[in-house]
Design a binder for this molecule. Structure first.
Ligand SMILES: [Fe+2]
Length: 150
């Protein structure tokens, strides 16, 4: 057994994302748009590194060796990643406070549910089915992503 499990790393990163979402929610409730924009910059950075790189480029292809993308959970997660990517872009370009609150809340709700599904469904399947060699490959690629993005 490898000493580290890829999904443990991703779960820890989910906790970081959830904390950013809590800050964003508070910023929006206080109508502090400057601070909300700053929270969104942090969120986007973490989302791109974690969801678009580590999950979509590394973990999901290994899961798809035993579960098809189309109609399966990785396909569903990718659809939600696309929604989140587009929503973050809209938020970045939006200036109207009410629109910012609306799109911000959409991101907060969708991403919280999304993380819950990954933690409690997708990662459990991954833990059950990924073999040690796959885990080793995933961990190596995760390290490369972390080195690149610093
Ligand atoms: Fe995730």
């Amino acid at each position: 057994m490898s000493d580290k499990n890829p999904t443990d790393i991703l779960r820890k990163e989910h906790d970081i994302v959830l904390k950013i979402l809590d800050s964003l929610e508070k910023n929006l409730q206080a109508k502090n748009i400057n601070q909300a924009k700053k929270s969104m910059i942090l969120l986007k950075k973490e989302f791109n590194r974690h969801s678009l790189n580590k999950e979509e480029q590394v973990l999901f292809p290994e899961i798809e060796k035993f579960m098809p993308r189309d109609g399966g959970p990785t396909g569903m997660m990718i659809i939600e990643h696309k929604d989140l990517t587009e929503s973050i872009k809209i938020f970045e370009n939006e200036k109207d406070i009410n629109n910012l609150i609306e799109i911000g809340n959409h991101i907060i709700n969708l991403l919280r549910e999304h993380i819950d599904k990954e933690n409690n469904m997708l990662f459990m399947m991954a833990d059950m089915h990924l073999d040690n060699n796959q885990k080793k490959i995933i961990l190596k690629k995760f390290k490369e992503i972390d080195l690149k993005k610093k």
